[in-house]
Design a protein around this ligand. Structure first.
Ligand code: ATP
Length: 304
C-alpha cells in the first residue's frame, strides 16, 4: 500500500513543464507515466493500463481570468471507479469539459487511452466517453425508445444487459406496459435516481470505453438511493467509471479518489487513506458527502 504523501511527492510537477513532451502524442500509455506509482491503491496488482490522464494541465476560461486548473496531474486506470471530489468551484466539471474537448488546455496534455485528445476526432472521443449528467433528461416516448435513442442497433441481449447492470428490471416490472410504457414529460413520476439509471443504461448501450458520471445530488428515497448505488457499483465492476461524486457511499467504493481544491489535485488515495491524511477531505466527508448520505440513511430507515 502506497502512502498518499509518497504518491503526491512523486507526482509533483513544476507548473511550467513544457506541454506535450514526455506525454508523447500517440505514444503508448506505458511509456508516458510511472503508472504503478500514480495508480497506487490498496490491493496493488500489476501496473494498470491508463484510461485517462492529465499531465500538468493548466487552463483558464478567459485569457485574462484566473487559472481554473493549475498544473493538474492524474491517471485514471482502466477498470473500476475513480472519484473526483472537492469543494464547489474546485474545477471538477472543468476536468470533464477538457476531457470531452469542449475546451482545450492552455498547457499540458489531456490523454485518452494513451493519446493526446487533440489527436482524436471529437465525435469518436465523445462516443468513447459515455457522459451522464446530473439531471439526466428523460425524453418523451417509451422507456424502450429512451434507452435505444442513441443506440438504435443495440441487440435485445445488450438491452437486457444494460438494464440488468442499472437495476432497471424492477422499474420495468412495475410499469403497465413494461418497456413500452411512455415515460416522457415526467408523466410516470420517475425519481431523480430512476432518471439517472435510465441515462446510465442509455450511455452503456453505446458501449463507451469510459463512463463519465456526474452523480445525482437530488434527494432520493431509500430504495432509489440503493438502486442507484448498486447500479453505479455494478457498472464500475465491469467497466471504467470517472465520477464527480457527491455521496459518501460512492467514494468509499472508489479505487482512487482525486481531491481537487482550487484547481489543483490536493491529494489522492482511497477513502481510508484520505480520511487518515487530509484535513480538507475529512471535512468534506463529514459535511458535504455525509449530508447526502445521511439524508438517504434517514429515508431508508423511514421506509423500512
Ligand atoms: P461545482 O461542484 O460547484 O459544480 P466544480 O468543482 O465542478 O464546482 P467548475 O464548474 O469546474 O467547478 O468551476 C471551476 C471554476 O471555473 C469556478 O470558479 C467557476 O466559476 C469557473 N467556471 C466554470 N465554468 C465557467 C465558464 N464557462 N466560464 C467562466 N468560468 C467558468
Amino acid at each position: 500500500v502506497r502512502r498518499i504523501e509518497e504518491v503526491e511527492a512523486l507526482s509533483a510537477e513544476p507548473d511550467d513543464r513544457a506541454p506535450s513532451t514526455g506525454a508523447g502524442r500517440g505514444a503508448p500509455a506505458a511509456d508516458v507515466a510511472p503508472n504503478a506509482v500514480v495508480n497506487g491503491y490498496p490491493g496493488g496488482g500489476p501496473a494498470a493500463e491508463v484510461a485517462v490522464a492529465f499531465r500538468a494541465v493548466r487552463f483558464r476560461y478567459a485569457p485574462d481570468g484566473p487559472d481554473v486548473l493549475s498544473g493538474v496531474d492524474f491517471d485514471v486506470p482502466v477498470g473500476g471507479m475513480t472519484a473526483l471530489v472537492g469543494p464547489s468551484g474546485a474545477g471538477k466539471s472543468t476536468v470533464f469539459a477538457l476531457l470531452e474537448r469542449f475546451y482545450e488546455a492552455d498547457s499540458g496534455v489531456v490523454e485518452f487511452a494513451g493519446r493526446d485528445v487533440r489527436d482524436l476526432s471529437i465525435p469518436q472521443l465523445r462516443a468513447d466517453l459515455g457522459y451522464v449528467e446530473q439531471d439526466a433528461p428523460v425524453l418523451s416516448g417509451t422507456l424502450r425508445e429512451n434507452l435505444l435513442f442513441a443506440a438504435p442497433d443495440a441487440s435485445a441481449a445488450q438491452l437486457a444487459e444494460a438494464m440488468e447492470q442499472t437495476r432497471l428490471n424492477d422499474l420495468v416490472s412495475r410499469l403497465p406496459d413494461g418497456l413500452d410504457t411512455p415515460v416522457g414529460h415526467r408523466g410516470m413520476n420517475l425519481s431523480g435516481g430512476e432518471r439517472q439509471r435510465i441515462a446510465i443504461a442509455r450511455a452503456l448501450l453505446r458501449r463507451p470505453r469510459v463512463l463519465l458520471l456526474d452523480e445525482a445530488t437530488s434527494a432520493l428515497d431509500g430504495l432509489n438511493e440503493l438502486s442507484l448505488r448498486d447500479a453505479i457499483a455494478e457498472v464500475a465492476r465491469v467497466s471504467t467509471v470517472l465520477i464527480i461524486a457527491h455521496r459518501l457511499s460512492t467514494v468509499t467504493m472508489a479505487r482512487q479518489i482525486l481531491l481537487l481544491d482550487g484547481g489543483r489535485i490536493r491529494a489522492r488515495g482511497t477513502h481510508a487513506e484520505l480520511i487518515d491524511s487530509d484535513d480538507l477531505y475529512r471535512t468534506l466527508a463529514m459535511t458535504q458527502l455525509l449530508d447526502a448520505e445521511s439524508g438517504s440513511v434517514r429515508r431508508t430507515a423511514t421506509a423500512s
